[in-house]
Design a protein. Structure first.
Length: 181
């Protein structure tokens, strides 16, 4: 579906349960998301069916399994999700700890931003917890710029929730100016 210098990204299939279970079973991977591993039943009955449903409704968008070109190893996923605005998409990623610190997050995020604008989108957004400094750094390196801090209510908040969530974004004009530079 999509290639970068070091990655290939493809659609998930119904046979990819084990990849997602492995990824979501690491508490450090889930630290700023749910704070705990995702139960297998939830991946089988909610997460993976939800991923597949997006493909049907939005054929060019969704969550894509990312593999290293060098050896085919699954490193995580990158997502380009629809939003309430048809011309805006949300970019995100989740990587295995073994893939952290190697530039994959930035590489994959840039590729999805390019894909979004190449397919006519006008804006790409991303969000994370304000205390998730690594993800914020990836967003900046990928070309996204800080927009705002906002606060949401969570029944069972994670440590750091009190500092809020942050939104980063880039619009088409800024993206095009960066490509010309």
């Amino acid at each position: 579906m999509l290639e970068t210098e070091r990655l290939t990204m493809r659609r998930f299939t119904a046979d990819d349960v084990e990849l997602l279970v492995g990824l979501d079973s690491d508490p450090e991977v889930m630290r700023f998301l749910t704070g705990q591993p995702t139960p297998r039943e939830e991946i089988e009955n909610v997460v993976l069916p939800g991923i597949l449903k997006v493909y049907a409704a939005h054929p060019r968008l969704g969550t894509f399994a990312a593999h290293q070109k060098s050896d085919g190893a699954f490193i995580g996923w990158f997502g380009l999700q629809p939003t309430a605005d048809a011309k805006t998409v949300d970019v995100g990623y989740r990587l295995n700890r073994t893939a952290w610190g190697k530039g994959y997050a930035t590489e994959g995020t840039r590729a999805l931003i390019d894909k979004a604008f190449g397919e006519g989108m006008e804006r790409v957004v991303a969000d994370t917890m304000a205390v998730n400094h690594r993800s914020r750094a990836v967003m900046r390196r990928a070309g996204l710029r800080f927009v705002r801090v906002y606060h949401e209510h969570f029944d069972d908040p994670l440590p750091g929730t009190e500092f809020g969530e942050v939104e980063y974004a880039i619009d088409r004009r800024t993206w095009e100016a960066g490509r010309r530079a």
